[in-house]
Design a protein around this ligand. Structure first.
Ligand SMILES: Nc1nc2c(ncn2[C@@H]2O[C@H](COP(=O)(O)OP(=O)(O)OP(=O)(O)O)[C@@H](O)[C@H]2O)c(=O)[nH]1
Ligand SMILES: [Mg+2]
Length: 340
């Protein structure tokens, strides 16, 4: 299946006209790979139904837009699923950062209108913020997949959000300045495909403009980039060395590769410890919220019981006084018979 050229209203030589790195994240099965394929215009990533994750590791594919702009699309596994192992997740995050060398132009948070919004999806945003800082939300765009199902029900995205928007999802949309787009990844209608990808790419353009053309980067990006550049430069240097045997050169190269891998390992460990810290904090927060809710419910129940008890006592008192009145009436002397 061939690639496709998309018009994204971009002007040649505009500051935002360089390569764009888009990363898709979201729960397993939400349609990240299907959306990535829609953006690329080809079946580059495996996308299928299944209870366990289909995408096993981060992968990057690219396409070229009409204006000659290159879009790099990074597909990821379900990194924020509660079943994901922190060691695996950290390795994947570092791998993903390594792929988006110059930074990330937009993070696409993929939700599905076919699956109910889950607590862990609500928590994912806090994990992202904690790993990458609050400014990551300036780069986020929400993608809802399953547009075909909404259409079958004669609904628009606004209708759906009007009836099915839990508080954490509302907060995510607010954080993203309501940047959201609906995708029907099943459609065969070429015009519809072009339109939805065009809408997404114009949102990407507005994110780039808002961030003054600067993709998202941080110290992890900087460290990894520095390490990779050093490795490349020293490899070139070693290749040009004269007077060394083949074995010596290969040993030198091995040493450099090892020092680069050590650096990767350290970075991964750092990400892992940050990730663990965040998940523990979030779990504690959730447990505290749960406890507070239980306490509030308990207090409400107690108040209800107390008022039930009061009503019961009042009723008893009333019945007793009614009985006593009746007894008094019964005991009272009867009026004499009227004399005829
Ligand atoms: N009806 C409908 N199905 C969709 C749409 N997008 C994705 N799907 C289906 O949803 C299922 C999961 O899609 P994937 O693209 O594999 O999901 P994923 O998020 O990449 O999943 P993992 O790789 O397991 O994390 C597949 O059966 C897709 O065909 C859509 O817009 N409409
Ligand atoms: Mg996938």
């Amino acid at each position: 299946m061939g690639g496709r050229v998309i018009d994204a209203d971009s002007k040649p030589n505009s500051p935002s006209n360089g390569e764009r790195n888009l990363v898709l994240v979201g729960r397993t099965g939400n349609g990240k790979s299907a959306t990535a394929n829609s953006i690329l215009g080809k079946k580059a990533f495996m996308s299928k139904a299944g209870s366990s994750g289909v995408t096993k590791t981060c992968e990057m594919q690219r396409t070229m837009l009409k204006a000659g702009q290159v879009v790099n699309v990074i597909d990821t596994p379900g990194l924020f699923d509660s079943s994901a192992d922190p060691e695996f997740v950290s390795k994947e995050i570092v791998k993903c950062i390594g792929m988006a060398k110059d930074g990330i132009h937009a993070v696409l948070l993929v939700f599905s209108i076919r699956n109910r919004f889950s607590k862990e999806e609500g928590a994912a945003i806090h994990i992202l913020e904690s790993l990458f800082g609050k400014k990551i939300s300036d780069y986020m765009i929400v993608v809802f997949t399953g547009g075909d199902e909404l259409e079958d029900n004669d609904e628009t995205l606004e209708d759906y959000l009007g009836r099915e928007c839990p508080k954490p999802l509302k907060e995510i949309l607010q954080l993203c300045d309501n940047r959201c787009v609906l995708f029907d990844n099943k459609t065969k209608d070429a015009a519809k495909r072009t339109e939805q990808v065009g809408k997404l790419l114009s949102l990407v353009n507005s994110v780039i403009a808002q961030n003054a053309g600067q993709p998202y980067t941080d110290e992890i990006f900087a460290e990894l980039k520095k390490g990779a550049t050093k490795l490349r430069d020293t490899q070139v240097e070693v290749d040009s060395l004269k007077g060394y045997s083949k074995r010596e050169i290969s040993e030198l190269k091995e040493q450099m590769q090892k020092s680069y891998e050590d650096q990767l390992k350290r970075t991964t460990e750092m990400v892992e410890s940050k990730l663990k810290e965040t998940t523990t904090r979030l779990e504690q927060q959730l447990a505290e919220e749960h406890l507070a809710r239980l306490k509030a419910e308990g207090a409400a129940q107690l108040a209800q019981m107390k008022s039930n008890e009061k009503i019961f006592k009042l009723r008893e008192k009333l019945e007793r006084s009614q009985r006593e009145t009746q007894e008094l009436r019964n005991r009272a002397p009867q009026p004499p018979c009227p004399i005829l």
